[in-house]
Design a protein around this ligand. Structure first.
Ligand code: NAD
Length: 486
């Protein structure tokens, strides 16, 4: 029996704890609006306890060898795989994502932990060198200390693993704060991994951002705060962290452009956008939400896209594995997305499909495609974070590039073309941390993920994440003969 059907607790120093606070909130299944658990909210005192546990564990964990940490991470991956179906079902009920998507998240979680286990053993530094006569310089790579990891609700388990994997592999210890809306799988993960991790290496404090997140961002014993979330939360953490000048790793919002040229394979574009814009109900920082298409093929693309979108099986993921799109995560997010739609339609923007809520329990909005969009409309500027795609037509490549870059976000983009020059040249002109050509939202563990501009800085996944969660130290030895000057 897990805690998930009762009250979710914090996980500190290797044990579940109710902590110092007395406040709990229900955890809601967004497909039904009903509570599936409750979660105890933490306090600044709980953060103090968790950081103290992580600091104590760091004293030993930092000196383990890469092989020792890799062996433990491989055992962690195995225990996640063993409990994969349980975790996928918990994730689906907590987030409203289809069970098949939650299974994909579990598989990627296992792969992330396995990748980091291998990567840490292969990590290298610059070769030692002599840059001053009779001196040898060595560059050491060290863990930074206690890392606070603050995560969002759209991929609770997978993003937890994308933090835990490189943070622990690099020799740091961790205090996680999952989203208050979706704590279920993070708490379960901590319980499962406790079988293999020394006490205090991984701690979880539940609760809201303004209290638990802020306490982590200001805590003097936290060396680095890693946040995945909205721009607003990233800014709040950056401001709070400024007082102690702790390091930051910020994975923030996105508004991904999808550039479709006249020579593109339109069937592939329609399939790609239908998947990458509506998976997870469009609640994806890399969602393919902003289609910029050459005017010569715009009508054809919209027609194909509408066919795909109207064929999506929308419903409660508990209804079966055929469900492809679930609800929005919370009632607040549902009203926020409906607000964007109401304002767009009032402005004369047209929904060629969707544009409304679905008349059923839970927080469902019909998958939506918007056209006839004036320059600078809110729906092409702001991150809606819902099942909404905008389509705008352009008459030149230059105008399309300008529109693509004309956003505060810089996380990801895609280009769809059969032209070799465009495929090679255009990614260099796009101001986004990931640019796919003829695909969207494909993210293997070996490749870095992170943004430019308001999308933040720091890289998740890949060897770059190990760099981000470590520090370099120059050690210089003077080995001149002792009597050289005599
Ligand atoms: P959010 O910003 O509301 O919350 C994210 C986390 O930050 C939560 O744990 C929250 O409690 C915490 N938080 C909020 N205010 C805080 C504060 N003042 N101090 C410290 N912590 C605070 O985001 P969300 O709604 O959970 O997730 C959606 C957002 O996350 C979107 O903007 C999306 O684009 C972004 N996101 C980005 C990536 C990426 O890799 N770049 C991935 C997933 C989601």
């Amino acid at each position: 029996m897990t805690q998930t059907h009762t009250e979710l607790r914090h996980f500190v120093a290797g044990a579940s704890t109710l902590g110092a606070g007395s406040h709990s909130e229900p955890v809601i299944n967004p497909a039904t609006g009903e509570a599936i658990a409750s979660v105890r909210y933490g306090t600044a005192a709980d953060v103090d306890d968790a950081v103290a546990a992580a600091l104590a564990a760091f004293a030993t964990w930092r000196h383990t060898t890469p092989k020792e940490r890799a062996d433990i991470l491989l055992r962690c991956a195995a225990v996640v795989e063993e409990h994969g179906e349980e975790l996928a079902r918990l994730e689906s009920a907590d987030t409203g994502k289809p069970v098949s998507a939650a299974r994909d998240d579990v598989a990627a979680t296992v792969d992330t932990l396995q990748f980091m286990a291998g990567a840490i053993r292969a990590q290298q530094s610059l070769a030692s060198g002599s840059y001053v006569a009779d001196h040898t310089s060595t560059i050491l790579r060290e863990p930074v200390g206690v890392v606070a990891a603050i995560t969002p609700w759209n991929y609770p388990l997978l993003i937890a693993a994308q933090k835990i994997g490189p943070i622990l592999a690099a020799g740091n210890t961790c205090v996680m704060k999952p989203s208050e809306h979706t704590p279920v799988t993070t708490v379960r993960l901590a319980e499962l991994l406790a079988e293999h991790l020394p006490a205090g290496v991984l701690n979880v404090v539940n609760g809201d951002g303004a209290i638990v997140g802020a306490a982590l961002a200001t805590h003097p014993d936290v060396a680095l705060v890693s946040v995945t979330g909205s721009v607003r939360s990233g800014q709040a953490v950056a401001q709070a962290a400024a007082a102690s000048l702790k390091r930051l790793h910020l994975e923030l919002g996105g508004k991904a452009p999808v550039l479709v040229f006249g020579d593109a394979d339109l069937e592939a574009v329609a399939d790609g956008v239908a998947m990458a814009a509506f998976a997870n109900s469009g609640q994806d920082c890399g969602a393919a939400c902003r289609v910029l298409v050459d005017e010569s093929v715009s009508d054809q693309l919209v027609e194909r896209l509408v066919l795909r979108v109207e064929a999506l099986a929308v419903g409660d993921p508990a209804d079966g594995d055929h469900i492809e799109m679930g609800p929005l995560i919370t009632e607040a997010q549902y009203h926020r997305v409906l607000g964007f739609l109401d304002r767009a339609l009032a402005q004369g923007i047209r929904a060629v499909t969707g544009g409304t809520k679905l008349d059923r329990p839970g927080f469902f909005i019909a998958p939506t495609v918007l056209v006839d969009i004036p320059d600078n409309a809110e729906c092409i500027r702001e991150e809606i974070f819902g099942p909404v795609v905008t389509v705008q037509a352009f008459s030149s490549e230059a105008a399309m590039i300008e529109a693509a870059n004309g956003t505060a976000y810089g996380l990801s983009a895609s280009i769809w073309t059969e032209d070799a020059r465009r495929a090679a040249d255009l990614p260099k002109h796009l101001d986004f941390g990931t640019v796919w050509v003829n695909d969207h939202l494909v993210m293997p563990a070996e490749t870095p993920w992170g943004g430019f501009k308001s999308s933040g800085y720091g890289r998740d996944m890949s060897l770059y994440a190990l760099d981000d969660y470590s520090r370099t130290k120059h050690v210089m030895v003077n080995h001149a003969p002792r009597n050289a000057s005599e």
